[in-house]
Write a protein that binds this ligand. Structure first.
Ligand SMILES: [Mg+2]
Length: 212
């Protein structure tokens, strides 16, 4: 039986592309300023990565110097989004499921909370965890472990739902939790998660399969 859901937020609850350009404009400007060192081609790649990866990870991957890494973090730490954000049209099908839900999202604390507020989803969840790489070394795996323990759950009864095979799906798989890859854009092969869906209309039947 599935007695709890853990959801990711970015690209799982709403499409980040709807806010990315506005949200990251100051970062794009910063990258332009450092264009000589970063390189035009890399800048284009980084623009695409901004909504998918933590700044700290991008900085490592592209060998940013200390100044650029710090300047970017200083900007992002204070960046918030303050206009209403539209949920995925099928999110309502997740919301209506009568199962306890937890939201676990990774990123800068202020930014993630501003999105949660603008999405108006706070009351959909029993608990919301913003895992901020600036304040913790924990990955989603450690957060999931804490939730399982806190609510006295078995990993097998907690369904992890997300769009990233390398993040929440990997954490769930590692902990032997059932996982659902929400592959809205048809980006992935059918091998990363226990279940692979393209629309939340498929979710209810998956959950029902776990009933004994
Ligand atoms: Mg995501």
């Amino acid at each position: 039986m599935i007695s709890a859901l853990i959801l990711d937020m970015d690209n799982t609850v709403f499409p980040t592309s709807s806010i990315t350009d506005e949200l990251f404009e100051p970062i794009y400007q910063l990258l332009e300023k450092h264009k000589d060192k970063v390189g035009e081609e890399n800048i284009q790649e980084i623009r695409k990565l901004m909504s998918k990866k933590a700044w700290q990870k991008i900085a490592e991957e592209y060998n940013f110097n200390e100044e650029l890494t710090k300047e970017g973090a200083d900007i992002l730490r204070e960046t918030t989004y303050n206009k209403p954000i539209t949920l995925f049209d099928d999110y309502a099908l997740v919301k209506e499921l009568a199962i306890g839900k937890h939201l676990v999202t990774m990123g800068f604390t202020k930014m993630q909370w501003s999105k949660i507020k603008m999405l108006n989803i706070e009351t959909d969840y029993q608990e919301i965890v913003v895992n901020d790489p600036e304040t913790t070394e924990d990955t989603k795996k450690e957060v999931f472990e804490r939730i399982i323990k806190k609510y006295n759950l078995n990993p097998q009864e907690v369904l992890v739902i997300g769009d990233d095979p390398e993040s929440e799906i990997k954490a769930g798989n590692d902990l032997k939790m059932p996982t659902v890859l929400y592959d809205r854009m048809n980006e992935y092969e059918d091998k990363h998660a226990t279940h692979h869906i393209h629309h939340y209309s498929e979710l209810k039947a998956i959950i029902e399969r776990y009933q004994d």
